[in-house]
Each structure stands twice: as structure tokens, then as C-alpha cells.
Design a binder for this molecule. Sequence first.
Ligand SMILES: Cc1cc2nc3c(=O)[nH]c(=O)nc-3n(C[C@H](O)[C@H](O)[C@H](O)COP(=O)(O)OP(=O)(O)OC[C@H]3O[C@@H](n4cnc5c(N)ncnc54)[C@H](O)[C@@H]3O)c2cc1C
Length: 496
Amino acid sequence: MHAEVTPSTLDTEQRQRLFRELQAELPQEGLLHTTEELRPYECDALPAYRRLPMAVALPETLEQARAVLRICRAAGVPVVARGAGTGLSGGALPLENGVVLSLARFNRILEIDVDNRCAVVEPGVRNLAITEAAAPHGLYYAPDPSSQIACTIGGNVAENSGGVHCLKYGLTVHNVIGLKILTIDGELVTLGGKTLDAPGYDLLALMTGSEGMLGIIVEVTVRLLPRPERAQVLMASFDLVEDAGRAVTAIIGAGIIPGGLEMMDNPSIRAAEDFVHAGYPVDAAAMLLCELDGSNAEVSEQIMKVRDLLLSHKATDVSTAETEEQRARFWAGRKAAFPAVGRISPDYYCMDGTIPRKHLAMVLNRIDELGREYGLRVANVFHAGDGNLHPLILFDANVAGELEKAEELGGRILELCVEVGGTVTGEHGVGVEKLNQMCVQFSAEELTQFHAIKAAFDPESLLNPGKAVPTLHRCAEFGAMHVKNGQLPFPDLPRF
Ligand SMILES: Cc1cc2nc3c(=O)[nH]c(=O)nc-3n(C[C@H](O)[C@H](O)[C@H](O)COP(=O)(O)OP(=O)(O)OC[C@H]3O[C@@H](n4cnc5c(N)ncnc54)[C@H](O)[C@@H]3O)c2cc1C
């Protein structure tokens, strides 16, 4: 895979000066710049793209983070924010001439406000740590990416992350009520807070999913929810993937919003079962996990309804987790599905696109056909209720050309999502991975607006440049932009 490489602009002397200035502001061991020190930062969880940065800064305080931005801005050096580096689209991929600003040491939970049912935390706090801190109060933080044990809330906000429970409780954007950000100038801006609404444009929503391109998130206030009285999960097996897809549509169509509604196809079921022994039906073509939560009475009623719907949509078997331990076991296979698939193939490439639910069955069939066309196996494990697909393309990077084939197949799958009225990302962001498909999704006018928004926050394009929004030039090269008389529609736009 290739990435647009920004050329190095500082000579050796300028670099040394930059390091000295940064070191003077940062704590001891707060600046890394030898190759050995930089190696762990060369990629995120999309390792096909790798690049060593010029340096990594690890500030511990707001003032130190502000100083890093000030120094980098003065030197014209790009800054790439980084949480835990679990991103799957290359969002935290460093720039050769840039500084990685790690927020890992901003890891304090500042407040659990039980009365207002919210938590105020620093951006480097792990997603799961918020729920752990809220648990003694009977509260939890709903968005639960499968990576929640490691990923940071700052990364979640920057990617607008999702998870199993987002079908009912919303994505990160619906659960973040306040942010503090540092602009590239080092100005501290407060967006939202503990109250329900704020006047003016909804900059809070704009910042969520902005992939480190508009500002550095330094504090997050999240909504906490009361733990439901009861949660119970059903596991249903199907002989045909299409039947599982139709069952998903039927459940939601019946007015039931499950706490989670996930689908796995046969390769994923087998891989997960081998890995965690969750009791999955290894001969099924597909299985659904459907969690219902709420009051006792609500759950009892919905369990019956969903069971009937599943059986009337050709489920061959439906079992209910009767204990908390069994419920955790059913989910353990799903949560470990990515690493489980990693055990059955030398490499896999995880795609992330979203489609209208009603097209699930048709799109899964098309993905199967595309996989055959490219001679690559595809395992599917995904948030079916949200229509958020995660085809895992299995390949071997040591076989010449397979990586490129996997990448091309991934692109075709995303384009299929757009074709049926969906989007090229559900929760993993665009990063460097989906830049070409952004050209398919958006018109030149729309991309121009995105660039204008970026320029309003970051006129010199120093915050994570080259990510998330493609240049029109790139789109023209990709063949997805109309070029008239040799001119792009907006010839004056930056081409970084
Ligand atoms: C096994 C596995 C399972 C996963 N499952 C899910 C899932 O179920 N749902 C899901 O949504 N994602 C999932 N992911 C993807 C990933 O965990 C999320 O995107 C997560 O939000 C990234 O958080 P991070 O702290 O690792 O961020 P990083 O990877 O470090 O950074 C991600 C992006 O956020 C920016 N950023 C990070 N911190 C800040 C900050 N403080 N201010 C401004 N910008 C910042 C970075 O520049 C980058 O663009 C999974 C990943 C793995 C490896």
C-alpha cells in the first residue's frame, strides 16, 4: 500500500533546534527521536502503512501540550495526534517531517458526576476504564468498541467510534457532551459541557470524527447511563446468510431496538470458536447475537418476540444465555473475532462500510462473489443492526501481489456500499485508507467545503495533513472527478 508522503523540510540543524526547544518544555523522557524509540509509533493497527516520524512528544500537562503546538507551528512542522494507536485506517500514521503528539499520559479520570450522570476525563483514558470507574455508581459509558480495553476516549472522539451497544445508545457523537480542545495556535476552546444544549453552531459534533485534523482533544465529558436492570442475549443459527440478514431487518422492522445485534458468517464463527470456545454453532452459515436490555418485564416480553421472529425467519436453532457467565461467553467470541481471524490467515485487511439494513442480504452475497472474483477469502463479522459491515479480507502479504489485490477488493466493497446508498465508513474513520473512496462518496463541491472547514481551524494545514479528506487532484488521478479542459473544478485548492 502506498501513502502520500510529505517531503522532509527541516535540515539537520533545524531538527536539532526543534528537538532542543521541545525538550526544554517536556518532562524527562518526554521526547523520543532515535530510530529505536520511534519504531513503536511507525503505524497504528493498519500496519500496511508505516512511516517513522521525526519525533514523538509525550506531554503530561496542558501547558506542555500547548508548548508542543506552539513550537511546531512556529517551525511549520506538522503534528499528528495519537491515542493508543488502535485505529484501523491509518489516522495516526506519522509524517516523516512531523511530530507525533501522544496523549497517552493524559490518563486521569477527573470526575464521575453521579448527579449529572456524566464523567469528565482526559483524552488518554481507556474507553473501558470509564465504565470501570462508573460501575460502583451503577452507571456505564455505552459506546463499546471491541478494542475498548486499549483504545482511548480521545481516539474514540476523533474517530466517532462505535460498538456493539451503539445501535440502541448511539455512537460516540451521541454520548459526548463536552470537549476541550487546543487549536493549532494553542488556544483552549471549550465546546459543550454538562448542560444539554449550547448556543451557536454544533462544533462539538464537528469535532467528533474529525480525525485529529481540526484540533487536539485535551478533555472529554461523556454521558453515563444507568446499568439496565436486566440484559439477556439470544444466539441464533442460520443455514443461509441471506436468512440472517432478513431476520435483522425483521427485528428492527418490528419496532424492537436491541442493545446489540451482531452477525458473524461461517469463517468468523469457526475462527472465534477455535479461539475462545464460546459454544458457537460451527456448522451454521451465519449466526446472530441479539442482546435485549431494559426492565425485567420489557426484556421478558422482547425475548419472546425476537425468538419468534428469528424462528419465522428460518433460524435453525435459537439459544438464550441464562446466566451472566453464559452471556459474557457469547459476547467473548464476537469481541475476539478480529484477533481470532488473525489466527487463520497470515494477514487480514478489515474494511468498514455502512449500508441501509434492508440491503444486507444482497450486499453480503455480492461481497462473496467479489471475493471469488479476486480469489481471496472474506470473513464477515459486524454490527448488523446498524448495517455497519466489517468484511475481513484474508491474504498473505508474502505472496507477491496479494496485498494489492486485497486493497483493490476492499475498495470495490466500499464502492458497493456507496452504490446501495451507504457510506465508506461506519466507525473506523477514513485516515489514509479510504481517501480514494471519499472521491466516490462526495462531489467536488462537498470536498471543497471540507477543505474550507479544515482551513478555518488550521490555515497552514499542520494538523494531521493528508488524512481523511482527499485533494481534488487525487480524486482526478483516481478517476472519480470530472476534469474539464484539463482543469480541476477548483484549481486553487491545496494539493498537499
Ligand atoms: C481489534 C480491534 C477492534 C476494534 N474494534 C472497533 C470497534 O468495534 N468500533 C470502532 O469504532 N473501532 C474499533 N477499532 C478501531 C479503533 O480501536 C478505534 O478507531 C479507536 O477509537 C482508536 O482509538 P485510539 O486511542 O487507538 O486512537 P489512535 O489510533 O491513536 O488515533 C485515531 C485517530 O484519532 C486521532 N486522535 C487520537 N487522539 C486524539 C486527540 N486527543 N485529539 C485529536 N485527535 C486524536 C489520531 O490523530 C487518529 O487520526 C478496533 C481496533 C482494533 C485493533
